[in-house]
Design a protein around this ligand. Sequence first.
Ligand code: FAD
Ligand code: SIN
Length: 540
Amino acid sequence: MNSRLNTDVLIIGSGIAGLFAALKISEYADVILVTKKDKDESNTNYAQGGIASVTSKYDSFENHIKDTIATGAGLCNEKMVRIMVEEGPQRVKDLIEIGTHFSKKDGEFDLALEGGHSVPRILHAKDLTGKEIETALIRKVNSIKNIEIMENTLAIDLITEHNVKKLKHSPLQSRNCWGSYVLDSYTRRVIKISAKVTILATGGLGQVYQHTTNPSIATGDGIAMAYRAGAKIANMEFIQFHPTSFYKKGNTNVSGISFLISEALRGFGGKLLTNNGKEFIHQYDERKELAPRDIVARAIDFELKKHGDQYVLLDVSHKRAEEIIDHFPNIYQYCLGEGIDITKEPIPVVPAAHYSCGGILVNEYSSASFRGLYACGEVSMTGVHGANRLASNSLLEAVVFANRAALDIERFLKESKFDFPDIPDWDDTGTLTSEEKILISHNFKALKTIMWDYVSIVRNNQQLERAAKRIDLIFQEVEDFYKRTKIFSELLELRNLITCAQVIVKSAIMRKESRGLHYTLDYPSMSNLAEDTVLQNTQL
Ligand code: FAD
Ligand code: SIN
Protein backbone atom coordinates (compact mmCIF):
# COMPACT_ATOMS: atom_id res chain seq x y z
CA MET A 1 0.00 0.00 0.00
CA ASN A 2 1.36 3.42 -0.96
CA SER A 3 0.93 6.69 0.85
CA ARG A 4 1.29 10.18 -0.52
CA LEU A 5 2.43 13.42 1.00
CA ASN A 6 3.12 16.79 -0.49
CA THR A 7 4.99 19.89 0.55
CA ASP A 8 6.64 23.05 -0.76
CA VAL A 9 10.18 21.88 -0.09
CA LEU A 10 11.44 18.37 0.54
CA ILE A 11 14.87 18.16 2.16
CA ILE A 12 16.68 14.83 2.20
CA GLY A 13 19.26 14.64 5.01
CA SER A 14 19.64 16.04 8.51
CA GLY A 15 23.31 17.00 8.66
CA ILE A 16 24.49 20.60 8.75
CA ALA A 17 23.42 21.31 5.14
CA GLY A 18 19.89 19.90 5.39
CA LEU A 19 19.12 21.36 8.81
CA PHE A 20 20.54 24.79 7.99
CA ALA A 21 18.57 24.93 4.73
CA ALA A 22 15.41 23.85 6.59
CA LEU A 23 15.79 26.68 9.10
CA LYS A 24 16.20 29.33 6.42
CA ILE A 25 13.43 27.98 4.17
CA SER A 26 10.93 27.64 7.03
CA GLU A 27 10.85 31.45 7.11
CA TYR A 28 8.74 31.44 3.92
CA ALA A 29 7.64 27.87 3.06
CA ASP A 30 6.66 24.48 4.49
CA VAL A 31 9.34 21.85 4.74
CA ILE A 32 9.35 18.09 5.06
CA LEU A 33 12.80 16.80 6.04
CA VAL A 34 13.42 13.07 5.70
CA THR A 35 16.41 11.37 7.23
CA LYS A 36 17.27 7.73 7.06
CA LYS A 37 18.22 7.06 10.69
CA ASP A 38 17.85 9.15 13.86
CA LYS A 39 18.03 12.83 13.01
CA ASP A 40 21.44 13.44 14.56
CA GLU A 41 23.12 10.55 12.72
CA SER A 42 25.26 12.27 10.11
CA ASN A 43 28.88 12.95 9.21
CA THR A 44 28.33 16.38 10.72
CA ASN A 45 27.84 14.88 14.16
CA TYR A 46 31.37 13.42 14.08
CA ALA A 47 33.22 16.50 12.81
CA GLN A 48 36.11 17.22 15.11
CA GLY A 49 38.54 19.92 13.98
CA GLY A 50 36.06 22.72 13.30
CA ILE A 51 34.84 25.26 10.78
CA ALA A 52 37.27 27.51 8.92
CA SER A 53 36.30 31.17 8.68
CA VAL A 54 37.96 34.56 8.74
CA THR A 55 37.23 36.04 12.17
CA SER A 56 40.61 37.30 13.33
CA LYS A 57 42.28 40.64 12.66
CA TYR A 58 45.43 38.72 11.72
CA ASP A 59 43.60 37.01 8.88
CA SER A 60 41.94 38.19 5.67
CA PHE A 61 39.54 36.94 3.00
CA GLU A 62 42.41 37.01 0.51
CA ASN A 63 44.47 34.72 2.75
CA HIS A 64 41.67 32.18 3.13
CA ILE A 65 40.97 32.28 -0.62
CA LYS A 66 44.66 31.82 -1.40
CA ASP A 67 45.02 28.83 0.96
CA THR A 68 41.86 27.17 -0.41
CA ILE A 69 42.98 27.58 -4.00
CA ALA A 70 46.55 26.46 -3.34
CA THR A 71 45.28 23.30 -1.62
CA GLY A 72 42.82 22.62 -4.47
CA ALA A 73 45.72 21.94 -6.89
CA GLY A 74 44.61 24.28 -9.67
CA LEU A 75 41.03 23.09 -9.93
CA CYS A 76 39.08 25.36 -7.58
CA ASN A 77 36.43 27.63 -9.02
CA GLU A 78 37.70 30.99 -7.79
CA LYS A 79 34.32 32.69 -7.94
CA MET A 80 32.77 30.00 -5.73
CA VAL A 81 35.71 30.06 -3.31
CA ARG A 82 35.29 33.82 -2.93
CA ILE A 83 31.57 33.41 -2.21
CA MET A 84 32.27 30.78 0.45
CA VAL A 85 35.02 32.73 2.16
CA GLU A 86 33.29 36.13 2.07
CA GLU A 87 29.88 34.87 3.24
CA GLY A 88 31.45 32.52 5.81
CA PRO A 89 31.64 34.87 8.80
CA GLN A 90 27.94 35.78 8.52
CA ARG A 91 26.94 32.11 8.46
CA VAL A 92 29.17 31.44 11.47
CA LYS A 93 27.28 34.23 13.24
CA ASP A 94 24.02 32.48 12.31
CA LEU A 95 25.31 29.28 13.93
CA ILE A 96 26.24 31.18 17.07
CA GLU A 97 22.82 32.88 17.14
CA ILE A 98 21.04 29.55 17.17
CA GLY A 99 23.12 28.46 20.15
CA THR A 100 26.41 26.99 18.91
CA HIS A 101 29.23 27.62 21.38
CA PHE A 102 32.73 27.73 19.92
CA SER A 103 35.70 27.42 22.28
CA LYS A 104 37.18 30.69 23.50
CA LYS A 105 40.41 31.76 25.15
CA ASP A 106 40.70 35.10 26.95
CA GLY A 107 37.34 36.18 25.51
CA GLU A 108 38.38 35.55 21.87
CA PHE A 109 37.73 32.55 19.65
CA ASP A 110 40.43 29.96 20.29
CA LEU A 111 41.39 29.61 16.62
CA ALA A 112 43.13 26.39 15.65
CA LEU A 113 45.55 25.64 12.83
CA GLU A 114 45.21 22.76 10.37
CA GLY A 115 47.03 21.59 7.24
CA GLY A 116 47.18 24.07 4.34
CA HIS A 117 46.06 27.09 6.43
CA SER A 118 48.59 29.91 6.62
CA VAL A 119 47.17 31.25 9.90
CA PRO A 120 45.03 29.84 12.73
CA ARG A 121 41.38 30.26 11.55
CA ILE A 122 39.48 27.17 12.68
CA LEU A 123 36.62 27.79 15.08
CA HIS A 124 35.97 24.69 17.14
CA ALA A 125 34.12 23.36 20.15
CA LYS A 126 37.01 21.47 21.70
CA ASP A 127 37.26 18.36 19.47
CA LEU A 128 33.49 17.84 19.21
CA THR A 129 32.61 20.70 16.86
CA GLY A 130 30.18 18.70 14.75
CA LYS A 131 28.16 17.50 17.71
CA GLU A 132 27.91 21.05 19.05
CA ILE A 133 26.64 22.38 15.70
CA GLU A 134 24.30 19.45 15.02
CA THR A 135 22.78 19.70 18.51
CA ALA A 136 22.17 23.44 18.19
CA LEU A 137 20.59 23.02 14.74
CA ILE A 138 18.32 20.18 15.83
CA ARG A 139 17.21 22.08 18.92
CA LYS A 140 16.25 25.04 16.74
CA VAL A 141 14.58 22.97 14.00
CA ASN A 142 12.53 21.09 16.62
CA SER A 143 11.03 24.39 17.73
CA ILE A 144 9.75 25.31 14.26
CA LYS A 145 6.19 24.30 13.42
CA ASN A 146 6.38 24.19 9.64
CA ILE A 147 9.33 21.81 9.51
CA GLU A 148 8.16 18.21 9.68
CA ILE A 149 10.97 15.73 10.33
CA MET A 150 10.52 12.11 9.29
CA GLU A 151 13.20 9.88 10.83
CA ASN A 152 14.08 6.36 9.65
CA THR A 153 12.82 7.36 6.23
CA LEU A 154 15.17 6.63 3.38
CA ALA A 155 14.87 8.40 0.04
CA ILE A 156 14.90 5.81 -2.72
CA ASP A 157 14.77 7.75 -5.96
CA LEU A 158 14.02 11.23 -7.20
CA ILE A 159 10.76 11.77 -9.03
CA THR A 160 11.52 13.24 -12.43
CA GLU A 161 10.41 12.56 -15.99
CA HIS A 162 12.41 9.30 -15.86
CA ASN A 163 9.82 7.61 -13.69
CA VAL A 164 6.70 9.02 -15.38
CA LYS A 165 6.10 6.63 -18.26
CA LYS A 166 4.80 8.98 -20.92
CA LEU A 167 7.52 11.58 -20.17
CA LYS A 168 10.38 9.12 -19.96
CA HIS A 169 12.19 10.25 -23.07
CA SER A 170 12.00 13.98 -22.55
CA PRO A 171 15.35 15.78 -22.96
CA LEU A 172 17.71 15.79 -20.00
CA GLN A 173 18.36 19.52 -20.22
CA SER A 174 14.70 20.41 -19.53
CA ARG A 175 13.90 17.99 -16.72
CA ASN A 176 12.00 18.75 -13.53
CA CYS A 177 12.26 17.25 -10.09
CA TRP A 178 8.91 16.71 -8.35
CA GLY A 179 9.99 15.06 -5.10
CA SER A 180 11.07 11.60 -4.08
CA TYR A 181 9.91 8.10 -3.28
CA VAL A 182 10.92 7.29 0.29
CA LEU A 183 10.97 4.09 2.32
CA ASP A 184 9.75 3.85 5.88
CA SER A 185 12.55 1.59 7.11
CA TYR A 186 10.42 -0.03 9.83
CA THR A 187 7.21 -0.79 7.96
CA ARG A 188 8.93 -1.11 4.54
CA ARG A 189 6.13 1.05 3.15
CA VAL A 190 7.00 3.31 0.21
CA ILE A 191 5.70 6.86 0.44
CA LYS A 192 5.51 9.24 -2.50
CA ILE A 193 6.41 12.78 -1.47
CA SER A 194 5.60 15.41 -4.10
CA ALA A 195 7.41 18.69 -3.66
CA LYS A 196 7.85 21.89 -5.63
CA VAL A 197 11.51 21.79 -4.68
CA THR A 198 13.75 18.94 -3.55
CA ILE A 199 17.10 19.45 -1.82
CA LEU A 200 19.59 16.63 -1.65
CA ALA A 201 21.67 17.04 1.51
CA THR A 202 22.62 13.40 1.90
CA GLY A 203 26.33 13.86 2.65
CA GLY A 204 29.24 11.65 1.61
CA LEU A 205 30.10 8.14 0.52
CA GLY A 206 33.02 7.03 2.70
CA GLN A 207 31.33 3.65 3.16
CA VAL A 208 32.40 2.67 -0.34
CA TYR A 209 35.88 2.04 1.13
CA GLN A 210 37.01 -0.69 3.49
CA HIS A 211 38.47 1.84 5.94
CA THR A 212 36.71 5.15 6.47
CA THR A 213 36.18 7.81 9.08
CA ASN A 214 32.54 8.10 7.94
CA PRO A 215 29.63 6.59 9.85
CA SER A 216 27.38 3.94 8.30
CA ILE A 217 24.94 6.52 6.83
CA ALA A 218 27.60 7.70 4.33
CA THR A 219 26.51 5.51 1.42
CA GLY A 220 26.42 8.10 -1.37
CA ASP A 221 22.62 7.88 -1.77
CA GLY A 222 22.16 11.41 -3.09
CA ILE A 223 24.85 11.07 -5.72
CA ALA A 224 23.46 7.73 -6.87
CA MET A 225 19.87 9.03 -7.00
CA ALA A 226 20.89 12.11 -8.95
CA TYR A 227 23.04 10.06 -11.33
CA ARG A 228 20.23 7.57 -11.96
CA ALA A 229 17.89 10.44 -12.78
CA GLY A 230 20.37 11.98 -15.25
CA ALA A 231 21.72 14.96 -13.29
CA LYS A 232 25.34 16.00 -13.84
CA ILE A 233 27.94 14.61 -11.44
CA ALA A 234 31.46 16.01 -11.32
CA ASN A 235 35.00 15.32 -10.05
CA MET A 236 34.23 12.03 -8.37
CA GLU A 237 37.82 10.81 -8.64
CA PHE A 238 38.83 13.21 -5.87
CA ILE A 239 38.28 11.14 -2.75
CA GLN A 240 40.03 12.64 0.23
CA PHE A 241 41.86 10.20 2.48
CA HIS A 242 42.40 11.65 5.92
CA PRO A 243 46.03 10.98 6.86
CA THR A 244 45.35 10.05 10.48
CA SER A 245 42.68 7.66 11.65
CA PHE A 246 43.27 5.44 14.66
CA TYR A 247 44.91 2.13 13.74
CA LYS A 248 43.16 -0.68 15.50
CA LYS A 249 44.82 -4.06 15.19
CA GLY A 250 42.57 -6.48 13.34
CA ASN A 251 39.81 -3.89 12.77
CA THR A 252 37.29 -6.09 11.04
CA ASN A 253 33.96 -4.39 11.70
CA VAL A 254 31.92 -4.67 8.49
CA SER A 255 31.35 -0.93 8.18
CA GLY A 256 35.10 -0.38 8.53
CA ILE A 257 34.64 2.77 10.59
CA SER A 258 37.93 4.15 11.87
CA PHE A 259 38.04 6.75 14.61
CA LEU A 260 39.43 10.06 13.37
CA ILE A 261 42.49 11.61 14.97
CA SER A 262 41.88 15.25 14.10
CA GLU A 263 44.28 17.23 11.96
CA ALA A 264 44.01 19.85 14.70
CA LEU A 265 46.33 17.61 16.71
CA ARG A 266 49.05 18.25 14.13
CA GLY A 267 48.15 21.96 14.18
CA PHE A 268 48.69 21.77 17.94
CA GLY A 269 52.24 20.46 17.43
CA GLY A 270 51.71 16.73 16.85
CA LYS A 271 54.65 14.98 15.12
CA LEU A 272 54.44 12.16 12.62
CA LEU A 273 56.95 9.35 13.14
CA THR A 274 57.62 6.02 11.54
CA ASN A 275 56.92 2.90 13.50
CA ASN A 276 60.49 2.97 14.83
CA GLY A 277 60.29 6.60 15.92
CA LYS A 278 61.90 8.49 12.99
CA GLU A 279 60.55 11.78 11.56
CA PHE A 280 59.84 11.48 7.84
CA ILE A 281 57.39 14.12 6.65
CA HIS A 282 60.08 16.79 6.00
CA GLN A 283 61.23 14.63 3.07
CA TYR A 284 57.89 15.18 1.34
CA ASP A 285 56.96 18.82 1.98
CA GLU A 286 58.56 21.75 3.73
CA ARG A 287 55.27 22.45 5.56
CA LYS A 288 55.84 19.06 7.20
CA GLU A 289 52.86 17.91 9.34
CA LEU A 290 50.84 20.89 8.13
CA ALA A 291 51.08 20.21 4.42
CA PRO A 292 47.69 19.64 2.72
CA ARG A 293 46.06 16.26 3.27
CA ASP A 294 46.75 14.76 -0.15
CA ILE A 295 50.48 15.19 0.41
CA VAL A 296 50.52 13.91 4.00
CA ALA A 297 48.28 10.90 3.22
CA ARG A 298 50.45 9.97 0.22
CA ALA A 299 53.63 10.32 2.28
CA ILE A 300 52.24 7.99 4.96
CA ASP A 301 51.07 5.51 2.31
CA PHE A 302 54.56 5.55 0.80
CA GLU A 303 56.29 5.04 4.16
CA LEU A 304 53.98 2.16 5.07
CA LYS A 305 54.67 0.43 1.77
CA LYS A 306 58.42 1.12 1.99
CA HIS A 307 58.80 -0.40 5.45
CA GLY A 308 55.98 -2.96 5.25
CA ASP A 309 54.48 -1.38 8.38
CA GLN A 310 50.83 -1.39 9.42
CA TYR A 311 50.79 2.15 10.84
CA VAL A 312 52.81 5.28 11.56
CA LEU A 313 52.77 7.22 14.81
CA LEU A 314 51.39 10.61 15.77
CA ASP A 315 52.96 12.01 18.88
CA VAL A 316 51.76 14.90 21.05
CA SER A 317 53.23 13.62 24.29
CA HIS A 318 55.80 16.46 24.33
CA LYS A 319 52.91 18.95 24.92
CA ARG A 320 51.47 19.73 28.36
CA ALA A 321 49.07 17.00 29.49
CA GLU A 322 46.41 19.43 30.79
CA GLU A 323 46.41 21.30 27.49
CA ILE A 324 46.03 18.10 25.48
CA ILE A 325 43.15 16.90 27.62
CA ASP A 326 41.47 20.30 27.59
CA HIS A 327 41.59 20.76 23.81
CA PHE A 328 41.06 17.13 22.78
CA PRO A 329 38.92 15.46 25.44
CA ASN A 330 37.15 13.19 22.97
CA ILE A 331 40.33 11.92 21.30
CA TYR A 332 42.03 11.53 24.67
CA GLN A 333 39.17 9.43 26.04
CA TYR A 334 38.86 7.31 22.92
CA CYS A 335 42.57 6.49 22.85
CA LEU A 336 42.57 5.78 26.57
CA GLY A 337 39.79 3.29 25.94
CA GLU A 338 42.08 1.64 23.39
CA GLY A 339 44.92 1.48 25.92
CA ILE A 340 46.88 4.54 24.73
CA ASP A 341 47.47 7.53 26.98
CA ILE A 342 48.21 10.23 24.41
CA THR A 343 49.76 12.51 27.01
CA LYS A 344 52.49 9.89 27.44
CA GLU A 345 52.77 7.85 24.24
CA PRO A 346 52.25 8.19 20.48
CA ILE A 347 49.06 7.18 18.66
CA PRO A 348 49.17 4.52 15.89
CA VAL A 349 47.53 6.05 12.81
CA VAL A 350 46.71 5.17 9.18
CA PRO A 351 44.96 7.03 6.34
CA ALA A 352 41.25 6.32 5.79
CA ALA A 353 38.66 7.48 3.24
CA HIS A 354 37.16 10.67 4.60
CA TYR A 355 35.49 13.04 2.14
CA SER A 356 34.14 13.25 -1.39
CA CYS A 357 35.28 16.45 -3.13
CA GLY A 358 33.13 15.59 -6.12
CA GLY A 359 29.36 15.34 -6.24
CA ILE A 360 26.25 16.72 -7.88
CA LEU A 361 27.24 19.65 -10.06
CA VAL A 362 25.54 22.84 -8.83
CA ASN A 363 25.69 26.55 -9.54
CA GLU A 364 26.34 29.39 -7.09
CA TYR A 365 22.81 28.96 -5.68
CA SER A 366 23.15 25.20 -5.20
CA SER A 367 20.81 24.52 -8.10
CA ALA A 368 21.51 21.20 -9.85
CA SER A 369 20.90 20.42 -13.50
CA PHE A 370 17.10 19.92 -13.13
CA ARG A 371 14.44 22.51 -12.41
CA GLY A 372 13.38 22.14 -8.78
CA LEU A 373 16.46 20.14 -7.74
CA TYR A 374 19.08 21.56 -5.39
CA ALA A 375 22.03 19.94 -3.64
CA CYS A 376 24.15 21.22 -0.79
CA GLY A 377 26.79 20.00 1.60
CA GLU A 378 29.13 17.13 0.84
CA VAL A 379 26.82 15.64 -1.80
CA SER A 380 27.32 18.67 -4.03
CA MET A 381 30.17 19.83 -6.25
CA THR A 382 30.30 23.60 -5.99
CA GLY A 383 33.89 23.89 -7.19
CA VAL A 384 35.26 25.24 -3.91
CA HIS A 385 37.43 22.22 -3.14
CA GLY A 386 38.97 21.62 -6.54
CA ALA A 387 41.18 18.53 -6.48
CA ASN A 388 41.71 18.56 -2.71
CA ARG A 389 39.66 20.13 0.09
CA LEU A 390 41.30 22.48 2.55
CA ALA A 391 40.75 21.24 6.12
CA SER A 392 37.58 22.47 7.84
CA ASN A 393 36.18 24.05 4.68
CA SER A 394 33.43 21.43 4.43
CA LEU A 395 31.21 22.66 7.25
CA LEU A 396 31.73 26.17 5.92
CA GLU A 397 30.76 25.23 2.37
CA ALA A 398 27.65 23.47 3.70
CA VAL A 399 26.26 26.48 5.57
CA VAL A 400 27.14 29.05 2.91
CA PHE A 401 25.57 27.11 0.06
CA ALA A 402 22.57 25.88 2.09
CA ASN A 403 21.83 29.54 2.77
CA ARG A 404 22.20 30.36 -0.93
CA ALA A 405 19.86 27.51 -1.85
CA ALA A 406 17.28 28.98 0.55
CA LEU A 407 17.60 32.41 -1.08
CA ASP A 408 17.14 31.04 -4.58
CA ILE A 409 14.26 28.74 -3.66
CA GLU A 410 12.29 31.70 -2.28
CA ARG A 411 12.59 33.41 -5.67
CA PHE A 412 11.85 30.16 -7.53
CA LEU A 413 8.67 29.47 -5.54
CA LYS A 414 7.40 33.02 -6.14
CA GLU A 415 8.15 33.10 -9.86
CA SER A 416 7.15 29.59 -10.89
CA LYS A 417 3.93 27.87 -11.81
CA PHE A 418 3.82 24.24 -10.73
CA ASP A 419 2.27 21.73 -12.97
CA PHE A 420 2.66 18.23 -11.53
CA PRO A 421 2.18 15.29 -13.88
CA ASP A 422 0.33 12.21 -12.77
CA ILE A 423 3.14 10.65 -10.74
CA PRO A 424 2.79 6.88 -10.50
CA ASP A 425 2.79 5.09 -7.16
CA TRP A 426 5.80 2.92 -6.36
CA ASP A 427 5.31 -0.30 -8.27
CA ASP A 428 6.69 -3.48 -6.73
CA THR A 429 4.35 -5.97 -8.30
CA GLY A 430 6.02 -9.29 -8.97
CA THR A 431 8.71 -8.81 -6.31
CA LEU A 432 9.11 -11.10 -3.33
CA THR A 433 10.20 -10.53 0.22
CA SER A 434 13.68 -11.94 0.57
CA GLU A 435 15.79 -12.39 3.63
CA GLU A 436 18.84 -13.22 1.55
CA LYS A 437 20.97 -10.82 3.59
CA ILE A 438 24.12 -12.78 2.80
CA LEU A 439 24.05 -11.47 -0.77
CA ILE A 440 24.05 -7.95 0.63
CA SER A 441 26.79 -8.39 3.22
CA HIS A 442 29.00 -10.38 0.87
CA ASN A 443 28.79 -7.81 -1.93
CA PHE A 444 29.14 -4.93 0.51
CA LYS A 445 32.43 -6.38 1.74
CA ALA A 446 33.62 -7.25 -1.76
CA LEU A 447 32.89 -3.74 -3.07
CA LYS A 448 34.69 -2.05 -0.20
CA THR A 449 37.72 -4.29 -0.61
CA ILE A 450 37.93 -3.67 -4.36
CA MET A 451 37.76 0.09 -3.83
CA TRP A 452 40.37 -0.02 -1.06
CA ASP A 453 42.78 -2.25 -2.97
CA TYR A 454 42.42 -0.74 -6.47
CA VAL A 455 41.03 2.80 -6.21
CA SER A 456 42.89 4.18 -3.26
CA ILE A 457 45.57 6.80 -2.57
CA VAL A 458 47.90 5.65 -5.37
CA ARG A 459 46.23 4.38 -8.54
CA ASN A 460 47.16 2.94 -11.92
CA ASN A 461 45.28 2.12 -15.12
CA GLN A 462 45.43 -1.62 -14.78
CA GLN A 463 43.97 -1.57 -11.29
CA LEU A 464 41.26 0.90 -12.27
CA GLU A 465 40.22 -1.29 -15.22
CA ARG A 466 40.24 -4.34 -12.99
CA ALA A 467 38.09 -2.54 -10.43
CA ALA A 468 35.63 -1.46 -13.14
CA LYS A 469 35.15 -5.07 -14.33
CA ARG A 470 34.67 -6.47 -10.84
CA ILE A 471 32.27 -3.73 -9.82
CA ASP A 472 30.22 -4.38 -12.96
CA LEU A 473 29.79 -8.03 -11.92
CA ILE A 474 28.57 -6.95 -8.49
CA PHE A 475 26.29 -4.41 -10.17
CA GLN A 476 24.66 -7.11 -12.34
CA GLU A 477 24.06 -9.43 -9.42
CA VAL A 478 22.62 -6.76 -7.12
CA GLU A 479 20.53 -5.18 -9.89
CA ASP A 480 18.99 -8.56 -10.64
CA PHE A 481 18.23 -9.08 -6.95
CA TYR A 482 16.78 -5.54 -6.71
CA LYS A 483 14.34 -6.23 -9.54
CA ARG A 484 13.05 -9.43 -7.91
CA THR A 485 12.90 -8.28 -4.30
CA LYS A 486 10.78 -6.08 -2.08
CA ILE A 487 13.16 -3.29 -1.19
CA PHE A 488 14.81 -2.73 2.19
CA SER A 489 17.37 -0.20 3.41
CA GLU A 490 20.56 -2.24 3.15
CA LEU A 491 19.75 -3.27 -0.41
CA LEU A 492 19.14 0.34 -1.45
CA GLU A 493 22.33 1.51 0.23
CA LEU A 494 24.42 -1.20 -1.39
CA ARG A 495 22.93 -0.35 -4.77
CA ASN A 496 23.81 3.29 -4.22
CA LEU A 497 27.37 2.49 -3.17
CA ILE A 498 27.82 0.40 -6.31
CA THR A 499 26.70 3.34 -8.46
CA CYS A 500 29.11 5.64 -6.60
CA ALA A 501 31.96 3.17 -7.06
CA GLN A 502 31.23 3.00 -10.80
CA VAL A 503 31.20 6.77 -11.07
CA ILE A 504 34.43 7.15 -9.05
CA VAL A 505 36.25 4.59 -11.19
CA LYS A 506 34.92 6.06 -14.46
CA SER A 507 36.04 9.54 -13.44
CA ALA A 508 39.44 8.25 -12.31
CA ILE A 509 39.95 6.53 -15.66
CA MET A 510 38.98 9.73 -17.48
CA ARG A 511 41.60 11.85 -15.68
CA LYS A 512 44.87 11.35 -17.53
CA GLU A 513 47.08 13.19 -15.05
CA SER A 514 47.91 13.29 -11.35
CA ARG A 515 46.33 16.20 -9.55
CA GLY A 516 45.54 16.72 -5.88
CA LEU A 517 43.87 13.63 -4.50
CA HIS A 518 44.02 11.71 -7.77
CA TYR A 519 47.51 10.25 -8.05
CA THR A 520 48.19 7.68 -10.77
CA LEU A 521 51.49 5.99 -11.59
CA ASP A 522 50.58 6.02 -15.30
CA TYR A 523 50.40 9.83 -15.46
CA PRO A 524 52.50 11.03 -12.52
CA SER A 525 52.50 14.74 -13.44
CA MET A 526 49.88 17.44 -13.56
CA SER A 527 48.75 18.45 -17.06
CA ASN A 528 48.34 22.07 -18.18
CA LEU A 529 44.65 21.52 -18.70
CA ALA A 530 42.72 22.01 -15.46
CA GLU A 531 39.25 20.62 -16.18
CA ASP A 532 36.42 19.12 -14.17
CA THR A 533 35.37 15.54 -14.94
CA VAL A 534 31.63 15.65 -15.64
CA LEU A 535 29.49 12.51 -15.95
CA GLN A 536 25.84 12.23 -16.91
CA ASN A 537 23.78 9.08 -17.22
CA THR A 538 22.11 9.26 -20.62
CA GLN A 539 20.76 5.66 -20.56
CA LEU A 540 17.34 6.65 -19.27
P1 FAD B 1 25.90 14.80 6.64
O1 FAD B 1 26.24 15.53 7.85
O2 FAD B 1 26.61 13.52 6.40
O3 FAD B 1 24.34 14.51 6.65
C1 FAD B 1 23.77 13.70 5.67
C2 FAD B 1 22.38 13.35 6.13
O4 FAD B 1 21.66 12.72 5.07
C3 FAD B 1 22.33 12.37 7.29
O5 FAD B 1 21.32 12.79 8.15
C4 FAD B 1 21.94 11.05 6.63
O6 FAD B 1 21.30 10.14 7.47
C5 FAD B 1 21.00 11.57 5.56
N1 FAD B 1 20.81 10.68 4.42
C6 FAD B 1 21.74 10.14 3.60
N2 FAD B 1 21.13 9.42 2.64
C7 FAD B 1 19.80 9.51 2.86
C8 FAD B 1 18.67 8.98 2.21
N3 FAD B 1 18.74 8.17 1.15
N4 FAD B 1 17.43 9.27 2.70
C9 FAD B 1 17.30 10.05 3.79
N5 FAD B 1 18.36 10.58 4.45
C10 FAD B 1 19.59 10.31 3.98
N6 FAD B 1 34.53 18.92 7.97
C11 FAD B 1 34.91 20.12 8.45
O7 FAD B 1 34.71 21.14 7.78
N7 FAD B 1 35.49 20.22 9.67
C12 FAD B 1 35.73 19.14 10.45
O8 FAD B 1 36.22 19.27 11.55
C13 FAD B 1 35.36 17.86 9.97
N8 FAD B 1 35.60 16.75 10.70
C14 FAD B 1 35.13 15.55 10.24
C15 FAD B 1 35.28 14.42 11.04
C16 FAD B 1 34.75 13.21 10.64
C17 FAD B 1 34.92 11.99 11.50
C18 FAD B 1 34.05 13.13 9.41
C19 FAD B 1 33.45 11.83 8.97
C20 FAD B 1 33.92 14.24 8.61
C21 FAD B 1 34.46 15.45 9.02
N9 FAD B 1 34.32 16.60 8.23
C22 FAD B 1 34.73 17.80 8.71
C23 FAD B 1 33.52 16.57 7.02
C24 FAD B 1 32.12 17.10 7.36
O9 FAD B 1 31.76 16.64 8.63
C25 FAD B 1 31.08 16.66 6.36
O10 FAD B 1 31.53 16.87 5.06
C26 FAD B 1 29.81 17.47 6.58
O11 FAD B 1 29.39 17.32 7.91
C27 FAD B 1 28.73 17.02 5.63
O12 FAD B 1 27.52 17.61 6.00
P2 FAD B 1 26.23 17.27 5.17
O13 FAD B 1 25.11 17.98 5.81
O14 FAD B 1 26.49 17.49 3.75
O15 FAD B 1 26.06 15.69 5.33
C1 SIN C 1 39.80 16.91 11.27
O1 SIN C 1 39.42 17.29 12.38
O2 SIN C 1 40.95 16.55 11.02
C2 SIN C 1 38.80 16.89 10.15
C3 SIN C 1 38.72 18.20 9.54
C4 SIN C 1 38.11 18.14 8.19
O3 SIN C 1 37.75 17.08 7.68
O4 SIN C 1 38.01 19.21 7.59
